[in-house]
Design a protein around this ligand. Structure first.
Ligand code: HEC
Ligand code: HEC
Length: 214
């Protein structure tokens, strides 16, 4: 076949752009119509907050959590190995594909914003020093944004952080691994409240640090 004829058969630039635009519109139409999954995810966010920023006491913000962390926790919740009855009820009966789909959807929510109340400078400083001394950032990242099976702590609700740490310290919450119970050994309850204050009042996540829309 002559080269010129082959070239003519290739779609032109305009045609390629048009087909891309059509594909994007089709994708948007699919997103716009909430399917059963989106509806179910909306019931999760009724407790966990719109965009994953929780306004509910003792209920964690889910925004910015790594997919792998969300997955391991849903797995433990499904089996009733951690959590409160309200949440265990939600996770009960999820298939492994459900766990993956919810974990994936959670990881795409934007990280939570800092609370509106100002940090107490003394408690913030005590929390900062304790986190540095106990090297919490080695696993949770230096900016506490979390990675892999290690949760984001930055701008999590203070009441929930304290509850989680008290439960690890007392052995009530068994982690996916034993890391957290070990990490908190030797810390007093005052230490835990200062740590929770410090993590909750982290500066807002930089745009560049936000999980890329995957
Ligand atoms: C009735 C309120 C409620 C609903 C609805 C709800 N949750 Fe929860 N969820 C909670 C509470 C409370 C906890 C904290 C449990 C604990 O203290 O251990 C939690 C914890 C979690 C955690 C662990 C987060 C962490 O930082 O450790 C994940 C993940 C989660 N929920 C996902 C979901 C998903 C997905 C749905 C929807 C299928 C859902 N939740 C629906 C109340 C709710
Ligand atoms: C060796 C790694 C490691 C270190 C160091 C570490 N963590 Fe963790 N942390 C984890 C993992 C993994 C989890 C998830 C729990 C699980 O295993 O189910 C977790 C969970 C948590 C949670 C629960 C958050 C949630 O959303 O449920 C809090 C709070 C926490 N860590 C605080 C701390 C603090 C404070 C320190 C320092 C004193 C610390 N961590 C040091 C690995 C670590």
């Amino acid at each position: 076949m002559p080269v010129a004829a082959a070239r003519r058969r290739r779609p032109g630039r305009a045609a390629r752009i048009a087909s891309l635009v059509l594909a994007a519109c089709a994708a948007k139409a699919v997103l716009a119509a909430p399917g059963p999954f989106e509806q179910r995810f909306a019931t999760c966010l009724a407790c966990h907050g719109a965009s994953g920023q929780s306004q509910t006491p003792l209920t964690p913000s889910l925004g910015g959590q790594p997919a792998f962390f969300a997955m391991t926790q849903l797995f433990l919740l499904r089996d009733g190995r951690r959590g409160e009855p309200v949440m265990i009820e939600q996770a009960k009966g999820m298939s492994n594909d459900d766990l993956r789909a919810f974990a994936d959807a959670i990881s795409k929510l934007p990280p939570p914003l800092p609370p509106t109340d100002k940090a107490d400078p003394l408690r913030f400083e005590r929390g900062r020093a304790l986190a540095a001394q106990h090297r919490c950032g080695v696993c949770h990242n230096p900016d506490f944004s979390g990675r892999e099976q290690m949760p984001r702590l930055a701008n999590q609700r203070e009441d929930y952080l304290l509850k989680a740490m008290r439960e690890f310290a007392s052995g009530k919450r068994l982690g996916y691994g034993a890391a957290m119970t070990q990490e908190l050994s030797g810390l007093s309850d005052t230490d835990l409240t200062d740590l929770a204050h410090f993590f909750a009042h982290q500066p807002p996540a930089k745009a560049a640090g936000r999980p890329a829309a995957r």
